[in-house]
Design a protein around this ligand. Structure first.
Ligand SMILES: [Fe+2]
Length: 479
């Protein structure tokens, strides 16, 4: 019956089914910030595999723009810096919002009924100088240019700051926008923003990506993003018995340009990758949703072994140590934790549990538990940036005591962004609430032998936030 309703909906009301309806029943239509046009929108910059010399950009138009271009020039003090701009022809691909190819079959994407074909465009500007300010612009139809957008390539060495976010997922435009914008204001010199999965709730639904791009707007075009696949970036396509398994959203690869790795299977491309950001920093991104966990673990082990970067960050969606009830991911922990420990990964950045939890495996669990300075092995963070919240596990990470991990700071009912700063042998970590208050903080200093001393410092942080001492969550209107 529901299949029939969907079909009737598709045939008779196309143009209405995927659009918003107000509480009084009136049709709101597709919002202007979702509607594709001859003008470029959803402009986003991603880190390529060579961020000192390349800038990767994606954008979107309607399907009337069959081919287009982008331009780049060094950003100087000259009013007409653009006189020496270089033009690059974009790669263009159509995306059928209503359907996706799954295992060679065209499957329906019911969330997008009424929406047609859009064109995604991408360029990689290459041959650039490190740590140099550039301005780029992208075109839709002939003459339909974006503004010139300034951005800086990666420095070979020197201090680097970046932001990390847990799940946005729900109320993206209404409630997540303030977090991503607050992070941009707190750290306008952040070199990239890392999103650890569940950027949206229903990943085939164009409306939610429209919200994500609208929420980030100039942040997404000005600061490169590193994006990670979460469980909400995969979903089934089709109807009832024809429904597919959960597969990666058909919007993921067209709307981002992420590093590809020929040593990985096609099924993991642009979801598993590493980025050697500069001499000091190496990022490793895994796909928690792929069943090819062993292939990923082997890849990670090999990549970490080959890296001589001073600081190694690994990010994926499902936490090694869960902080919300009944969400343990034991199989992945058994596979990945030994690799993270073997290579003494510095920081593991995760999402999924809609709580905040940060803790470490170190030389002395007692000193970690007391919040004293001590040697650490691997530090783990679960965070959340959107407004959907879960309760913390009542015993914290006590059930993981056999692994020697100690939970050092946790929170409920709070949206966060994190700023991570690397300056030579010193790493500074700050977790901020959406109103800019420091909630969690530590410093890590790396010795010449690779040992890491954790310093809790003397900066004032907020007291523990729980449902019991924060404003009512349950009785707020739905997101
Ligand atoms: Fe999740």
């Amino acid at each position: 019956m529901s299949r029939l309703i969907h079909l009737v909906c598709a045939l008779l009301f196309s143009g209405l089914c995927s659009v918003l309806v107000a509480q009084n029943g009136s049709v709101l239509g597709v919002p202007p910030w979702q509607q594709a046009s001859l003008w470029p929108d959803r402009i986003i910059q991603n880190l390529s595999a060579a961020p000192a010399n390349e800038i990767a950009i994606n954008w979107r138009t309607d399907s009337n723009v069959a081919s287009t271009i982008a331009q780049i020039a060094p950003a100087t003090a000259d009013a007409r810096f653009d006189a020496v701009a270089t033009t690059v022809v974009a790669r263009t691909e159509p995306v059928y919002l209503n359907t996706a190819m799954v295992d060679g079959l065209a499957m329906a994407a019911p969330d997008n009924f009424g929406l047609g074909v859009v064109h995604y465009h991408s360029v990689v500007f290459d041959g650039l100088q490190p740590d140099t300010l550039y301005a780029y612009r992208v075109q839709g139809a002939d003459g339909a240019w974006s503004e010139w957008i300034q951005t800086r390539t990666a420095p070979a060495t020197g201090p680097v700051k970046f932001a990390y976010f847990g799940d946005a997922q729900n109320g993206i435009l209404s409630h997540w926008s303030r977090v991503v914008r607050a992070a941009f204001i707190k750290a306008p010199d952040a070199r990239f923003f890392l999103h650890a999965g569940d950027l949206v709730n229903r990943a085939a639904r164009d409306f939610e990506w429209a919200e994500w791009f609208q929420a980030g707007s100039i942040v997404h075009s000005s600061v490169p993003s590193v994006v990670v696949v979460g469980n909400h970036e995969v979903q089934p396509y089709g109807f009832e018995e024809q429904r597919s398994e959960r597969v990666l959203s058909h919007l993921w690869r067209p709307q981002f340009s992420l590093p590809e790795d020929a040593t990985l299977p096609v099924s993991l491309q642009e979801t598993v990758y590493d980025i050697r950001y500069n001499q000091d920093i190496h990022l490793f991104v895994l796909n928690s949703l792929s069943q090819e966990t062993e292939a990923q673990a082997n890849w990670l082990d090999r990549k970490l072994a080959a890296s001589d970067a001073r600081w190694k960050f690994v990010t994926f969606h499902y936490p090694i140590f869960s902080s919300a009830g009944n969400r343990d991911s034991a199989g992945r922990r058994d596979l990945l934790l030994p690799i993270l420990q073997k290579h003494s990964v510095d920081l593991v950045l995760q999402g999924h549990d809609h709580t905040y939890a940060r803790g470490a495996i170190g030389q002395s669990p007692q000193r970690l538990a007391l919040g004293h300075d001590t040697e650490v092995d691997v530090m783990f963070v679960n965070s959340v940036s959107g407004a959907k919240m879960y309760e913390l596990k009542p015993d914290g990470w006590d059930s993981y005591a056999e692994y020697g991990v100690v939970l050092q700071k946790a929170a409920e009912n709070t949206q966060f962004y994190q700023i991570i700063s690397v300056d030579g042998a010193r790493l500074t970590y700050e977790a901020y609430t959406a109103d800019g208050q420091l909630y969690d903080y530590f410093e890590m200093v790396k010795g010449s032998t690779g040992s890491k001393s954790l310093s809790v410092g003397s900066r004032q942080t907020l007291n523990a936030r729980r449902f019991s001492n924060t404003a009512d969550y349950e009785n707020a209107p739905p997101l």
